[in-house]
Design a protein around this ligand. Structure first.
Ligand SMILES: NC(=O)c1ccc[n+]([C@@H]2O[C@H](COP(=O)([O-])OP(=O)(O)OC[C@H]3O[C@@H](n4cnc5c(N)ncnc54)[C@H](O)[C@@H]3O)[C@@H](O)[C@H]2O)c1
Length: 397
């Protein structure tokens, strides 16, 4: 099948029809019907359209297509070959080359946005304007003001907006929150988190304006600590670029403009502090190797005890706890249950069907964005930055 990122409408319909036929699927192309919240779940399924068919879509689509309550009706990418490939791989009947054609095409209820980070805000806005629910990869937008507009728009249009990551839905996160709440580690005082690797090698945007290690990786730890220790009041941070250029698969050599090495300190109020370090300049082999106990990435300390999360907070392997009177570390909560780091979109799809509340909220996502942007502002200005937004906390009653 010939491919071009600039298909005209006729070529486009022809090509996507070929994909539909090749997949042995039916489905009306470019239908004009617009999904509305009231149409949700009529066949017991949430209709999903996924935009952004790069690396992470290869993990989202197996999860989404394995759910009986989800029907993936369309995929979209400005690099149309990528969308066609995913359509063939996962038997998705409709393929689109841009968000406008996708929204005008076969109706769907939930947009899953797995595009590059600078594209998130504008795409989310268009989908919310078209009254679609949105699950977006993080961050929901690059600017806090833009993110606020998205939240307002979603409310006005009666649809939902959720942003990755999913780490507050892991059983290990819940276990840590409950252990803190039941007083086992005393008064909670401090947190320490780390997440880094050598940097993605497939796409240049990770190193350009709107990319960076904090938005891509540190965001998990910021979500975990705000979720555990509460909304942040103040931030200080430093970021650095170590490599003037990087070689990546899609663009060749790119100038590195975004943070590669980042340290962030958060004040959660009442003297509770946490520290996140993140980077695209880290060796991480020892954290991934072997089947034994994974190294810690999240530590929470109190006056009477301490907790350490094994493995990454987006895929934890257990929680070690020691406390007064029980000063030897004991491992709890090893079972991931149904938790899956790419299960956020199916988690919210289930909520749309059942009306069950979600632990992931847009207010929390916006707050995490403000904290990350405060870190960048602190680096720019050399100042401590006040954070204004907040969210409903604690997450568990
Ligand atoms: N790759 C991972 O392992 C991973 C893991 C967790 C989260 N994420 C997050 O997922 C998102 C995507 O990451 P990725 O690694 O898949 O990136 P990627 O560069 O591999 O894929 C992004 C895709 O989005 C497409 N795209 C960009 N702008 C678009 C637009 N306006 N309209 C349609 N398509 C557009 C690109 O053509 C590309 O195919 C990022 O937010 C990233 O932080 C990635």
């Amino acid at each position: 099948m010939k491919s071009s990122p600039q298909l005209n409408r006729r070529q486009f319909i022809k090509e996507t029809a070929v994909v539909s036929a090749a997949c042995g699927m039916t489905g009306s192309l470019l239908a004009a019907e617009v999904a509305s919240p009231s149409s949700i779940g009529k066949n017991g399924k949430i209709r999903v359209g996924e935009i952004g068919c790069g690396s992470v879509s290869g993990s989202y689509l197996p999860n989404l297509t394995s759910k009986t309550f989800v029907e993936v009706v369309s995929v979209c990418d400005i690099k149309i070959d990528r969308a066609k490939k995913r359509a063939e791989q996962f038997k998705v009947p409709n393929v689109y080359p841009n968000i406008d054609e996708m929204l005008a095409g076969v109706p769907f209820d939930l947009l899953v946005n797995t595009t590059s980070m600078p594209s998130h805000g504008p795409i989310n806005k268009k989908a919310l304007q078209a009254k679609r629910h949105v699950w977006t990869e993080k961050p929901m937008a690059l600017e806090v003001k833009f993110a606020r507009e998205l939240l307002d728009l979603a409310k006005r249009n009666g649809v939902h907006l959720w942003a990755a990551p999913t780490c507050v839905t892991s059983p290990q996160f819940k276990f840590m929150a409950e252990t803190m709440a039941n007083g086992k580690i005393g008064r909670v005082t401090a947190g320490l988190g780390t997440y880094g690797h050598g940097g993605p090698g497939w796409s240049g945007w990770f190193y350009q304006k709107g990319g960076g290690s904090l938005y891509d990786l540190g965001v998990y730890n910021v979500t975990t600590f705000t979720g555990l220790l509460g909304p942040v009041k103040e931030v200080v941070g430093m970021t650095a670029v170590l490599n003037p250029t990087r070689k990546v698969e899609d663009l060749g050599e790119v100038k590195v403009e975004a943070d590669e090495n980042t340290m962030l300190i958060m004040h959660h109020g009442q003297g509770v502090l946490s520290h996140v370090q993140t980077g695209f300049v880290y060796f991480d082999g020892e954290r991934l190797a072997g089947e034994g106990r994974q190294l810690y990435t999240i530590d929470v300390t109190g006056t009477k005890g301490t907790m350490h999360m094994q493995g990454w907070d987006w895929g934890p392997g257990g929680v070690d706890v020691a406390s007064q009177g029980e000063a030897v570390l004991e491992t709890f909560c090893k079972d991931p249950g149904k938790y899956n780091w790419v299960g956020g979109a199916s988690y919210v799809a289930e909520s749309l069907l059942t009306g069950s509340p979600t632990l992931i909220t847009p207010e929390h996502g916006l707050h995490v964005l403000e904290v990350m942007n405060a870190c960048h502002e602190s680096q720019r200005t050399g100042r401590r930055i006040t954070v204004e937004s907040t969210f409903k906390w604690p997450l568990f009653a």
